[in-house]
Design a protein. Sequence first.
Length: 317
Amino acid sequence: MMWEMGLVAPVAGGLGLIFALVTYAALIKKPVGTDKMAEIGNEIHAGAMSFLKAEYSRLAVFVAVVAALLAWKLGVPTAGAFVFGALCSGLAGFIGMKAATKANVRTAAAAKDKGEGPALLTAFQGGAVMGMSVASLGLLGLGIFYFMYGQDPDTTGVLSGFSMGASSIALFARVGGGIFTKAADVGADLVGKVEAGIPEDDPRNPGVIADNVGDNVGDVAGMGADIFESYVGAMVAALAIAATLSVDGVASLMAGPTDASRLALMGLPLASSVIGLVASVIGILGMNVFKKLNPALALNVSTFSAAGIFLVAIYFA
C-alpha cells in the first residue's frame, strides 16, 4: 500500500546516498594529470569550499532564528522539519561542490590522456554524484517526516516545514552564488583583458582561479540547492493536495474506502520519486555502455532510457 512509502522512501534515499558515495569513490581514484593541473584543481577546490563555509556559517544564524519563530507559532515538529530541510538542502550543495571540483580536473586529464569517451564518463560521474545526492536526500528527509506525520491528513502540514527549509537555503545559495559568480567573472575580465591585455581565461591571470571558483559556486552549489527545493516542493505540494481533497474529489480518483484511498494518493508522490531514483541509477550505469557513442547522443540515450523506464514503471504504479 502507498502509506508504506513512509518506510520505503527513507530506505531508497539511504541506498541512493550509498550509490552516490560509491560513484564519488570511483571518481577520485582517477588521475588528475600533471602536477600543475593538480595544483590548479586544488586551488579551485579550496576556494569553492571556503565560500561554502562562509556562506553556511551565516545561513546557520538565519535558520536558527526562523526555526525559533516556527516553533513559537506552528510548533516544534514544524520547526524541526524546517531545520532538517535546510540541512539536507545545504548538504546537497556541499556534496555537489565536492564532487564537481574533484571531477573538473579529472575530466581535463581524461580528455588529454584518453580521449572523448573517458572524459565524458568522468564528467557524467561528477554530475551523477550531485543528482543522486539531491534525489536521495529529498526522499530520505521527506520520507522520515511522512512516516512520522504524513499518514494523518491533520498533521500533514508539518511536512511543509521541510519544504520551507529547502526553499530558504536555495534562495540564499542561488542569489549568493550568483553574485559571487558574476563578480569574479567581471573582475577576472577587467584584470586580464582590460588591464593586462591578455585573452580571457589566460592562465597568467590569477583572477581566473576566482572565476572558476565562481562557476562552481553558482552553477553547482546554488543550482543543487535550487533543484533540491523544486524536487521537495513538488512532492509536498502534491501530497498536500491529496491530503486536503474533498471526499468527492478522492472518490473521483480512486475507488474504495475514502481514508485508504486518500493515503494511497498521499503516498503516490513519494512512490513516483522512488521509481525515478531507480530509473536514474539504471541510466547512470548505462553511461558505461553509451560512452562510446557521440557525447551528445550518449547523454540523450542515457537520459531518455531512464525516462522511458520511469514512464513504464509509473504506469503500473
